[in-house]
Design a protein around this ligand. Structure first.
Ligand SMILES: Nc1ncnc2c1ncn2[C@@H]1O[C@H](COP(=O)(O)OP(=O)(O)OP(=O)(O)O)[C@@H](O)[C@H]1O
Ligand SMILES: [Mg+2]
Length: 308
Protein backbone atom coordinates (compact mmCIF):
# COMPACT_ATOMS: atom_id res chain seq x y z
CA UNK A 1 0.00 0.00 0.00
CA UNK A 2 1.31 3.43 -0.87
CA UNK A 3 0.14 6.75 0.54
CA UNK A 4 -0.62 9.32 -2.12
CA UNK A 5 -1.29 12.98 -1.51
CA UNK A 6 -3.80 13.23 -4.30
CA UNK A 7 -7.29 14.61 -4.43
CA UNK A 8 -9.90 11.98 -3.52
CA UNK A 9 -11.35 10.28 -6.58
CA UNK A 10 -14.89 11.06 -5.50
CA UNK A 11 -14.75 14.16 -3.26
CA UNK A 12 -17.98 15.55 -1.81
CA UNK A 13 -19.71 17.70 -4.43
CA UNK A 14 -18.84 21.36 -3.98
CA UNK A 15 -21.86 23.68 -3.85
CA UNK A 16 -21.84 25.69 -7.08
CA UNK A 17 -21.95 29.50 -6.84
CA UNK A 18 -25.56 30.64 -7.17
CA UNK A 19 -24.84 33.01 -10.11
CA UNK A 20 -23.41 30.21 -12.28
CA UNK A 21 -25.82 27.51 -11.29
CA UNK A 22 -28.12 26.26 -14.01
CA UNK A 23 -31.74 26.81 -12.95
CA UNK A 24 -33.11 23.54 -11.68
CA UNK A 25 -36.62 22.27 -11.22
CA UNK A 26 -38.03 23.33 -7.85
CA UNK A 27 -38.39 19.70 -6.67
CA UNK A 28 -34.66 19.01 -7.22
CA UNK A 29 -33.68 22.14 -5.29
CA UNK A 30 -36.07 21.16 -2.52
CA UNK A 31 -34.52 17.69 -2.32
CA UNK A 32 -31.03 19.23 -2.13
CA UNK A 33 -32.10 21.58 0.63
CA UNK A 34 -33.76 18.78 2.58
CA UNK A 35 -30.59 16.69 2.34
CA UNK A 36 -28.44 19.61 3.48
CA UNK A 37 -30.72 20.37 6.42
CA UNK A 38 -30.71 16.68 7.36
CA UNK A 39 -26.89 16.61 7.24
CA UNK A 40 -26.42 19.88 9.11
CA UNK A 41 -28.69 18.73 11.95
CA UNK A 42 -26.19 15.95 12.69
CA UNK A 43 -23.20 18.29 12.90
CA UNK A 44 -24.37 19.85 16.17
CA UNK A 45 -25.26 16.44 17.55
CA UNK A 46 -21.74 15.04 17.07
CA UNK A 47 -19.71 18.18 17.90
CA UNK A 48 -17.12 17.42 20.59
CA UNK A 49 -18.15 13.75 20.62
CA UNK A 50 -15.80 10.79 20.22
CA UNK A 51 -16.40 8.55 17.20
CA UNK A 52 -14.33 5.35 17.11
CA UNK A 53 -13.84 3.98 13.61
CA UNK A 54 -12.61 0.41 13.18
CA UNK A 55 -10.87 0.40 9.84
CA UNK A 56 -10.82 -3.24 8.83
CA UNK A 57 -8.07 -4.70 6.70
CA UNK A 58 -10.68 -5.83 4.20
CA UNK A 59 -11.85 -2.21 3.74
CA UNK A 60 -8.30 -0.99 3.06
CA UNK A 61 -7.75 -2.90 -0.16
CA UNK A 62 -8.70 -0.19 -2.69
CA UNK A 63 -6.32 2.77 -2.94
CA UNK A 64 -8.88 5.32 -4.18
CA UNK A 65 -11.25 4.41 -1.33
CA UNK A 66 -8.38 4.71 1.17
CA UNK A 67 -7.92 8.29 0.07
CA UNK A 68 -11.62 9.21 0.37
CA UNK A 69 -11.65 7.48 3.80
CA UNK A 70 -8.83 9.77 4.95
CA UNK A 71 -10.57 12.79 3.42
CA UNK A 72 -13.79 12.01 5.29
CA UNK A 73 -12.08 11.44 8.66
CA UNK A 74 -10.31 14.80 8.37
CA UNK A 75 -13.65 16.38 7.42
CA UNK A 76 -15.27 14.93 10.57
CA UNK A 77 -12.52 16.49 12.66
CA UNK A 78 -12.94 19.85 10.95
CA UNK A 79 -16.64 19.68 11.89
CA UNK A 80 -15.68 19.39 15.57
CA UNK A 81 -15.92 15.62 16.00
CA UNK A 82 -13.19 13.61 17.71
CA UNK A 83 -12.37 10.62 15.46
CA UNK A 84 -10.26 7.74 16.78
CA UNK A 85 -9.09 5.10 14.28
CA UNK A 86 -8.42 1.52 15.33
CA UNK A 87 -7.26 -0.53 12.37
CA UNK A 88 -6.82 -4.11 11.27
CA UNK A 89 -4.75 -5.31 8.34
CA UNK A 90 -5.25 -9.04 7.94
CA UNK A 91 -4.71 -9.19 4.15
CA UNK A 92 -1.49 -7.12 4.41
CA UNK A 93 -0.16 -9.37 7.22
CA UNK A 94 -0.93 -12.48 5.14
CA UNK A 95 0.91 -10.99 2.12
CA UNK A 96 3.99 -10.15 4.25
CA UNK A 97 4.00 -13.63 5.81
CA UNK A 98 3.91 -15.18 2.35
CA UNK A 99 6.84 -13.04 1.17
CA UNK A 100 8.81 -14.14 4.24
CA UNK A 101 7.99 -17.77 3.60
CA UNK A 102 5.78 -18.14 6.67
CA UNK A 103 2.73 -20.33 6.49
CA UNK A 104 -0.51 -19.29 8.14
CA UNK A 105 -1.45 -21.93 10.71
CA UNK A 106 -5.00 -22.60 11.77
CA UNK A 107 -6.34 -24.73 14.62
CA UNK A 108 -10.05 -25.46 14.48
CA UNK A 109 -10.45 -22.61 11.97
CA UNK A 110 -8.66 -20.10 14.19
CA UNK A 111 -5.42 -18.42 13.12
CA UNK A 112 -2.45 -19.21 15.34
CA UNK A 113 0.18 -16.51 15.96
CA UNK A 114 3.64 -18.04 16.39
CA UNK A 115 6.62 -16.03 17.68
CA UNK A 116 7.80 -15.48 14.08
CA UNK A 117 4.27 -14.67 12.96
CA UNK A 118 3.93 -12.13 15.77
CA UNK A 119 7.11 -10.36 14.64
CA UNK A 120 5.69 -9.98 11.11
CA UNK A 121 2.24 -9.01 12.41
CA UNK A 122 3.67 -6.26 14.58
CA UNK A 123 6.00 -5.02 11.85
CA UNK A 124 3.12 -4.77 9.37
CA UNK A 125 0.31 -3.50 11.65
CA UNK A 126 2.29 -1.05 13.81
CA UNK A 127 4.67 -0.26 10.94
CA UNK A 128 3.57 -0.08 7.32
CA UNK A 129 -0.23 -0.20 7.75
CA UNK A 130 -0.36 2.23 10.70
CA UNK A 131 2.04 4.70 9.10
CA UNK A 132 0.27 4.60 5.75
CA UNK A 133 -3.04 5.52 7.41
CA UNK A 134 -1.28 8.36 9.26
CA UNK A 135 0.31 9.57 6.01
CA UNK A 136 -3.03 9.48 4.19
CA UNK A 137 -4.75 11.51 6.94
CA UNK A 138 -1.91 14.03 7.08
CA UNK A 139 -1.89 14.35 3.30
CA UNK A 140 -5.56 15.35 3.53
CA UNK A 141 -4.67 18.16 5.97
CA UNK A 142 -5.18 16.17 9.17
CA UNK A 143 -2.88 15.85 12.18
CA UNK A 144 -2.73 12.14 12.85
CA UNK A 145 -0.51 10.27 15.30
CA UNK A 146 0.10 6.56 14.83
CA UNK A 147 0.48 4.49 17.96
CA UNK A 148 0.24 0.85 18.91
CA UNK A 149 -2.07 -0.54 21.59
CA UNK A 150 1.23 -1.23 23.41
CA UNK A 151 1.86 2.50 23.82
CA UNK A 152 0.66 3.73 27.18
CA UNK A 153 -0.05 0.77 27.33
CA UNK A 154 -3.54 1.39 25.98
CA UNK A 155 -4.25 -2.34 25.68
CA UNK A 156 -3.16 -4.42 28.64
CA UNK A 157 -3.49 -8.00 27.47
CA UNK A 158 -2.95 -11.60 28.45
CA UNK A 159 -2.76 -14.83 26.50
CA UNK A 160 -6.19 -15.70 25.12
CA UNK A 161 -7.87 -18.38 27.19
CA UNK A 162 -9.80 -20.26 24.56
CA UNK A 163 -12.98 -21.89 25.93
CA UNK A 164 -12.02 -25.19 24.28
CA UNK A 165 -8.43 -24.96 25.55
CA UNK A 166 -7.01 -24.35 22.05
CA UNK A 167 -3.53 -22.78 22.13
CA UNK A 168 -3.44 -19.88 19.65
CA UNK A 169 0.11 -18.80 20.53
CA UNK A 170 0.59 -15.05 20.87
CA UNK A 171 -3.07 -14.16 20.43
CA UNK A 172 -4.17 -12.02 23.33
CA UNK A 173 -7.35 -10.94 25.04
CA UNK A 174 -7.77 -7.53 26.57
CA UNK A 175 -7.46 -7.43 30.34
CA UNK A 176 -7.72 -3.66 30.78
CA UNK A 177 -7.85 -0.53 28.64
CA UNK A 178 -5.94 2.59 29.68
CA UNK A 179 -7.34 5.36 27.45
CA UNK A 180 -5.33 8.31 28.89
CA UNK A 181 -2.87 8.56 25.98
CA UNK A 182 -5.75 8.58 23.48
CA UNK A 183 -7.56 11.26 25.50
CA UNK A 184 -4.39 13.35 25.62
CA UNK A 185 -3.98 13.19 21.83
CA UNK A 186 -7.64 14.09 21.29
CA UNK A 187 -7.35 17.03 23.67
CA UNK A 188 -4.39 18.36 21.68
CA UNK A 189 -6.30 18.11 18.40
CA UNK A 190 -4.67 14.97 16.99
CA UNK A 191 -6.37 12.02 15.32
CA UNK A 192 -5.13 8.87 17.13
CA UNK A 193 -4.51 5.89 14.82
CA UNK A 194 -4.12 2.71 16.87
CA UNK A 195 -2.81 -0.70 15.79
CA UNK A 196 -4.28 -3.76 17.58
CA UNK A 197 -1.27 -4.96 19.58
CA UNK A 198 -1.39 -5.37 23.33
CA UNK A 199 1.11 -5.91 26.08
CA UNK A 200 1.11 -8.26 29.03
CA UNK A 201 2.16 -7.07 32.48
CA UNK A 202 5.42 -9.04 31.97
CA UNK A 203 6.09 -7.21 28.68
CA UNK A 204 4.90 -9.98 26.32
CA UNK A 205 3.43 -8.66 23.06
CA UNK A 206 0.06 -10.02 21.93
CA UNK A 207 -1.82 -9.88 18.66
CA UNK A 208 -5.35 -8.66 19.44
CA UNK A 209 -8.42 -8.98 17.24
CA UNK A 210 -8.97 -5.45 15.89
CA UNK A 211 -12.74 -5.65 16.44
CA UNK A 212 -12.20 -6.35 20.16
CA UNK A 213 -9.56 -3.62 20.37
CA UNK A 214 -11.88 -1.04 18.76
CA UNK A 215 -14.89 -1.92 20.85
CA UNK A 216 -12.97 -1.97 24.14
CA UNK A 217 -11.29 1.36 23.34
CA UNK A 218 -14.70 2.82 22.41
CA UNK A 219 -16.11 1.56 25.71
CA UNK A 220 -13.25 3.03 27.74
CA UNK A 221 -13.61 6.39 25.95
CA UNK A 222 -17.42 6.31 26.36
CA UNK A 223 -17.63 7.06 22.63
CA UNK A 224 -20.83 8.51 21.18
CA UNK A 225 -20.60 6.20 18.23
CA UNK A 226 -18.57 3.28 16.96
CA UNK A 227 -18.45 2.43 13.27
CA UNK A 228 -16.91 -0.77 11.89
CA UNK A 229 -15.76 -0.52 8.28
CA UNK A 230 -15.55 -3.83 6.48
CA UNK A 231 -15.86 -5.16 2.93
CA UNK A 232 -19.57 -6.09 2.96
CA UNK A 233 -22.63 -3.84 3.29
CA UNK A 234 -23.31 -5.03 6.83
CA UNK A 235 -24.79 -8.20 8.28
CA UNK A 236 -26.33 -10.18 5.42
CA UNK A 237 -29.13 -12.73 5.71
CA UNK A 238 -30.50 -14.65 2.71
CA UNK A 239 -28.54 -12.29 0.46
CA UNK A 240 -30.23 -9.21 1.94
CA UNK A 241 -28.78 -6.51 4.18
CA UNK A 242 -30.18 -6.56 7.74
CA UNK A 243 -30.54 -2.83 8.60
CA UNK A 244 -30.88 -3.33 12.36
CA UNK A 245 -30.20 -6.21 14.76
CA UNK A 246 -31.11 -6.62 18.41
CA UNK A 247 -28.75 -8.51 20.73
CA UNK A 248 -31.10 -11.52 20.78
CA UNK A 249 -31.41 -11.60 16.96
CA UNK A 250 -27.63 -11.26 16.55
CA UNK A 251 -26.90 -14.15 18.93
CA UNK A 252 -29.48 -16.33 17.19
CA UNK A 253 -27.92 -15.60 13.75
CA UNK A 254 -24.49 -16.56 15.16
CA UNK A 255 -25.98 -19.78 16.62
CA UNK A 256 -27.56 -20.69 13.28
CA UNK A 257 -24.30 -20.02 11.40
CA UNK A 258 -25.84 -17.19 9.33
CA UNK A 259 -23.23 -14.91 10.87
CA UNK A 260 -19.87 -16.67 10.59
CA UNK A 261 -16.13 -16.10 10.11
CA UNK A 262 -14.85 -12.56 10.69
CA UNK A 263 -18.41 -11.27 11.19
CA UNK A 264 -18.73 -13.14 14.52
CA UNK A 265 -16.06 -11.21 16.51
CA UNK A 266 -17.40 -8.01 14.93
CA UNK A 267 -20.98 -8.48 16.12
CA UNK A 268 -19.88 -9.79 19.53
CA UNK A 269 -17.53 -6.83 19.98
CA UNK A 270 -20.29 -4.36 19.15
CA UNK A 271 -22.73 -5.98 21.58
CA UNK A 272 -20.03 -5.71 24.22
CA UNK A 273 -19.37 -2.02 23.65
CA UNK A 274 -23.08 -1.14 23.65
CA UNK A 275 -23.30 -2.86 27.04
CA UNK A 276 -20.43 -0.70 28.24
CA UNK A 277 -22.14 2.60 27.43
CA UNK A 278 -21.28 3.41 23.79
CA UNK A 279 -24.17 5.31 22.16
CA UNK A 280 -24.61 3.57 18.82
CA UNK A 281 -22.78 0.85 16.89
CA UNK A 282 -22.90 0.24 13.14
CA UNK A 283 -21.22 -2.05 10.61
CA UNK A 284 -20.83 -0.45 7.17
CA UNK A 285 -19.15 -1.16 3.86
CA UNK A 286 -15.83 0.67 3.98
CA UNK A 287 -15.10 -0.37 0.39
CA UNK A 288 -17.71 2.21 -0.74
CA UNK A 289 -16.65 5.83 -1.25
CA UNK A 290 -17.79 8.18 1.56
CA UNK A 291 -19.52 5.43 3.57
CA UNK A 292 -18.79 7.18 6.88
CA UNK A 293 -20.42 10.41 5.70
CA UNK A 294 -23.52 8.56 4.49
CA UNK A 295 -23.77 6.79 7.86
CA UNK A 296 -23.22 9.81 10.09
CA UNK A 297 -25.11 12.52 8.24
CA UNK A 298 -28.30 10.92 6.96
CA UNK A 299 -31.42 9.85 8.88
CA UNK A 300 -31.50 6.36 7.45
CA UNK A 301 -27.72 5.79 7.60
CA UNK A 302 -26.19 2.78 5.89
CA UNK A 303 -25.17 -0.72 6.94
CA UNK A 304 -26.38 -2.67 9.97
CA UNK A 305 -27.07 -0.96 13.25
CA UNK A 306 -26.49 -3.24 16.22
CA UNK A 307 -28.87 -2.57 19.09
CA UNK A 308 -27.88 -3.69 22.54
N1 LIG B 1 -23.94 -12.93 7.81
C1 LIG B 1 -22.86 -12.32 7.31
N2 LIG B 1 -22.99 -11.08 6.78
C2 LIG B 1 -21.92 -10.43 6.26
N3 LIG B 1 -20.65 -10.92 6.26
C3 LIG B 1 -20.45 -12.15 6.79
C4 LIG B 1 -21.54 -12.89 7.35
N4 LIG B 1 -21.05 -14.07 7.81
C5 LIG B 1 -19.73 -14.06 7.54
N5 LIG B 1 -19.34 -12.92 6.94
C6 LIG B 1 -17.96 -12.61 6.50
O1 LIG B 1 -17.34 -11.66 7.36
C7 LIG B 1 -16.40 -10.93 6.58
C8 LIG B 1 -15.96 -9.65 7.30
O2 LIG B 1 -15.02 -9.97 8.32
P1 LIG B 1 -13.42 -9.92 8.07
O3 LIG B 1 -12.77 -10.32 9.35
O4 LIG B 1 -13.09 -10.70 6.85
O5 LIG B 1 -13.13 -8.40 7.69
P2 LIG B 1 -12.57 -7.19 8.60
O6 LIG B 1 -12.79 -7.50 10.06
O7 LIG B 1 -13.24 -5.97 8.07
O8 LIG B 1 -11.04 -7.12 8.28
P3 LIG B 1 -9.80 -7.47 9.28
O9 LIG B 1 -10.18 -8.70 10.04
O10 LIG B 1 -8.65 -7.69 8.34
O11 LIG B 1 -9.61 -6.25 10.14
C9 LIG B 1 -17.16 -10.68 5.30
O12 LIG B 1 -16.31 -10.38 4.23
C10 LIG B 1 -17.90 -12.02 5.10
O13 LIG B 1 -17.15 -12.89 4.29
MG1 LIG C 1 -11.88 -9.31 11.01
Amino acid sequence: MKAKATTPEAPPQAVEPAAEATPQPVSRNAAKKALLIEALSYIGRYKGKIVVIKYGGAAQENEAVRITFAHDVVLLQSLGMLPVIVHGGGPEVSRAMKIMGQEAKFVDGLRVTTREGLAVTEMVLSGSVNKEIVALLNAQGGHAVGISGKDGPILQARKLRHPKGIDLGYVGEIEAVHPELVQLLLKQGFIPVISPLGQGTDGTTFNINADSAASRIAGALKAEKVIFLTDVDGVMKDGQLVPALSAAEALSLIDRGVISGGMVPKVEALLHCLASGVGTATIINGAEHHAIIAELFTDTGVGTQIRG
